[in-house]
Design a protein around this ligand. Structure first.
Ligand code: ANZ
Ligand code: ZN
Length: 811
């Protein structure tokens, strides 16, 4: 058995803490390196393998960077508000605050058992008033700057979570948390104006060192669409409406127009004989989710309003319909329908027998083969871009149209009808209206004693003590806002608070934050692409524009870890019984074996299925290192056949040593931990081989061991620190300089070449790298096999491809 155990973990964790080994010191001359893993969500009571996979390898990366001279800042905290704790409370009766604080306590201990270089003195816990006070402050600043507003709007309502959801929290029409079908509700809610930043959020993506896929997802989510807005007047009335179109070049092909059922104009233009049908249709449309309504394959439905619109390009009258395939929340909530060129319009026109007329011969999409060509007058034959330009120019002269950019991105809905969150710091007064809570009265504390069983109403509204207050302006009795903030508000700026977490005057000191940010390396799950990562970018930009910070982007580099699956290759879940509990393994093998296994067994961004064999063999590898190093120590202390010369055995080991330094420095920097550990294993074997030599250079061996331990240290920190001490080296290995490779040692002085006769490989041989072409010719025909093959043949020519092969042309 090896000698590595959890006792060694504990010994060094204690020593590191006592000696403040990784306490962040601003005066350290090294370049700052803000390394951040997405903070933990204390919902389950324990860390799972996924946490370890997120935090362990990143800590190894940070440790290497520390040894390379960087001044590493790696804080940790808890994203402690949110639904799971509240739902757990409803089930068990345990108050969310109690269960959350208890979970945090357990998770802190577990995180410490990992032996990561977390700056615990900078910890942030979002459910404590000292943090959420600043959430409220942030909300007030956004409100003052016109970036927070209240509005009645159709919102996504999860009937099971009993709360509103942001668009980002609706996945395929279902609640992100519980997968219940989301319904639409009209509610007055608070929104943040993220759409003000749509363009910058899109543009600045290009410069970020982020995974391409994540950038693509954000681009798609923001959904910039360039088109035109065209005004249609309503016949026999002075009303009009605008449509948004990306194909203004098809304007001549418009045969009808459609308003979304929610469009306010619908009631005004519906003629008496169609009123009943339209009312009925509107009711029906309400029950459909937006996702359903957008589906291409779904059968289109709609009703006629009895009114007509006038096509501004040719003054033709076209019927106005109401149909739910047009969304009220995109563009203008109205479209010009061109059934010859648009699939949805085509389906609709076919069903309701509306005319189909095409403006371009030939068709630009497979389904567009229908309708008769119509006369586009002076615009005939003008295709796409040219046609668009000409038509928009004409329309804008008549003040009936212009270019328009639309975004798919909607404002961020932040009100939640739940208890376990930050109270929104707003007061409603009958006389003064919406009144922000004065900053010096923050925090608006979340009361502990509240009936939070969900019934669709905000739990806080049931606490009279909380609700009743006085108006800060006129002093009359007033009511508080009963909704709480989306927990994504907490995580949209926590990386700023870490830097200055004890500040009680301000959310953070501007200068400090400007020095420490952006985060240099941010690591977490890819599922946050369109939520957290987008919100954080928005809040950073908003704070910048309000003058609180001076940088544009929060996270310069971003990496995602893959998913560790159960041994059956399925996602770990308690119900499937395939979860891996890190604690048991740590107990058995020690933290380093667990960390090393995760790094060696999986590609970091891909993850994969857990294997007990894998972790067992990692444990054996660590034991093997222990045994090897102890025999090296004996050899160095009492060299039997010592030499001071540097022969071929030394050269061989030196090659592997420098190759390891070179490769590991390169691979680990790129989060290629598995290949880094493979190099360590090769290096171990090379040391072992050298140890079996009869004559050894003890001084050289010692240098090799020192480098080996330094290379191992980031990956197996406790074990390497212990071995470092065993080798009588001064504390701490993490204060050592990362080794640099000697390029000369990497020049192999022999190279293998192939020898061909008439293009067929006949033999291989090793030759010195610095041999001249002539010498290579001579040496190759002397090779035993070749020599034999060439008997009775005449050599016509010998071609040398240096470092690779020799081709002998012979007859
Ligand atoms: C006429 C037309 C002809 C269109 C054609 C397309 C093709 P993106 O690219 O997503 O921006 N549209 C506009 N507002 C809509 C709404 N609220 N609900 C449903 N559809 C809407 O799509 C823009 C196109 O989607 C617009 O261009 C409009 O149809 C439709 F051959 O106008 B188009
Ligand atoms: Zn008032």
């Amino acid at each position: 058995m090896g000698n590595y155990s959890t006792n060694i973990d504990k010994k060094w964790q204690k020593k590191w803490e006592e000696s403040e080994l990784y306490k962040f010191d601003e005066k350290n001359p090294g370049e700052k390196l803000y390394t951040l893993e997405m903070f933990s969500y204390p919902s389950g009571s324990k860390l799972h393998a996924g946490h370890w996979f997120n935090y362990g390898p990143v800590d190894s990366w940070a440790r290497m960077k520390k040894m390379q001279g960087y001044n590493v800042f790696q804080p940790m905290g808890f994203d402690a508000f949110g639904l799971p704790a509240e739902n757990y409370a409803i089930k068990t009766g345990i108050h969310p605050k109690d269960s959350t604080m208890k979970n945090i306590d357990t998770m802190e201990k577990q995180l410490k058992s990992m032996g990561a270089m977390f700056n615990w003195e900078n910890e942030v816990i979002t459910c404590l008033p000292e943090y959420y006070k600043w959430n409220q402050w942030l909300f007030l600043q956004l409100y003052k700057h016109g970036l927070a507003y209240r509005s009645k709007a159709p919102v996504n309502w999860c009937p099971s979570c009993n709360t509103v959801l942001a668009n980002e929290q609706v996945i395929d029409g279902k609640c992100e948390r519980c997968s219940t079908e989301v319904v639409r509700k009209d509610l007055t809610q608070w929104f943040l104006k993220i759409t003000n930043y749509a363009d910058e959020l899109l543009e600045k993506l290009d410069d970020l060192d982020w995974p391409q896929k994540t950038k693509a997802m954000q681009r798609h989510w923001i959904g910039k669409s360039k088109g035109a807005e065209v005004t249609f007047k309503i016949a026999d009335s002075n009303l009009n409406f605008k449509v948004f179109t990306t194909r203004v070049d098809t304007l001549f092909g418009v045969t009808y127009a459609v308003l979304a059922p929610e469009n306010k104009l619908v009631d005004q233009i519906t003629t008496p004989e169609y009123k009943d049908a339209v009312e009925e249709y509107k009711k029906q449309a309400k029950a459909q989710s937006e996702i359903e309504r957008q589906s291409l394959s779904r059968e289109k439905t709609g009703v006629f309003t009895g009114s007509y619109a006038i096509n501004p390009i040719n003054n033709r009258k076209v019927p106005i319909w109401v149909a739910d395939y047009v969304l009220s929340t995109y563009g203008t909530g109205a479209v010009m329908a061109v059934p010859a060129h648009d699939e949805r319009d085509f389906d609709f026109a076919t069903k309701y027998k509306l005319p189909i007329e095409r403006v371009i011969e030939g068709g630009d999409l497979p389904y567009v083969k229908h309708g008769k060509m119509i006369n586009s007058g002076e615009f005939t034959g003008l295709f796409t871009d040219e046609g668009k330009e000409a038509i928009v120019t004409k329309l804008s002269k008549d003040d009936l149209g212009g270019w328009k950019i639309n975004y798919r991105l909607r404002d961020w809905l932040i009100s939640r009808q739940r208890y376990w969150g930050t109270p929104i710091p707003i007061i409603y007064c009958d006389d003064c209206g919406i009144v922000p809570v004065p900053e010096d009265e923050l925090p608006v504390e979340l009361p502990y004693d509240v009936e939070f069983s969900p019934d669709g109403k905000s739990p806080l509204s049931k606490s009279e003590k909380f609700m009743n207050t006085t108006c800060p302006i006129c002093g009359k009795p007033a009511r508080r806002e009963a909704d709480t903030l989306d927990t994504f508000v907490c995580s949209s700026w926590y990386y700023l608070r870490y830097v200055d977490n004890k500040n009680s005057e301000k959310p953070f000191d501007t200068e400090k934050v400007n020095r420490m940010l952006p985060v240099d390396m941010y690591v977490g799950g890819p599922e946050h692409a369109c939520m957290h990562l987008l919100y954080a970018r928005f809040i950073t930009k908003a704070l910048r524009d309000m003058g609180y910070i001076n940088f544009d982007e929060p996270f310069s580099s971003l990496r995602h870890q893959g998913l560790i699956l159960g041994p059956d290759g399925q996602k770990m879940s308690k119900s499937k019984g395939n979860t891996i509990s890190p604690d048991d393994y740590i107990q058995k093998f020690g933290a380093d074996v667990f960390r090393m296994y995760l790094m060696f067994g999986f590609d970091y961004s891909e993850g994969g299925a857990w294997s007990d064999d894998g972790i067992n063999s990692m444990s054996r590898y660590i034991d093997k290192i222990g045994r090897l190093l102890s025999s090296c120590k004996d050899e160095i202390k009492n060299p039997k056949n010592n030499t001071t010369s540097f022969g071929s055995a030394e050269k061989d080991l030196n090659y592997v040593r420098n190759f390891s330094i070179h490769s590991i420095s390169h691979d680990a920097a790129k989060f290629q931990f598995n290949t880094s550990i493979a190099r360590l294993m090769e290096y171990t074997n090379a040391i072992s081989k050298y140890l079996s030599e009869d004559i050894k250079n003890a001084k050289f061996l010692k240098d090799c061991i020192i480098d080996f331990l330094k290379l191992l240290a980031p990956f197996a920190p406790h074990f390497a620190e212990e071995q470092w001490e065993i080798q009588d080296m001064p504390y701490s290995i993490f204060n050592q300089k990362w080794p640099e490779f000697d390029a000369n040692a990497l020049i192999k002085d022999e190279v293998e070449i192939a020898i061909q006769i008439n293009g067929k490989i006949r033999a291989k041989m090793n030759i010195p790298t610095d041999l001249s072409e002539d010498d290579i010719r001579k040496i190759s025909i002397k090779n035993e096999i070749i020599n034999k093959d060439l008997e009775n043949k005449e050599i016509k020519k010998i071609i040398v491809v240096k470092g690779r092969l020799v081709n002998i042309v012979a007859k």
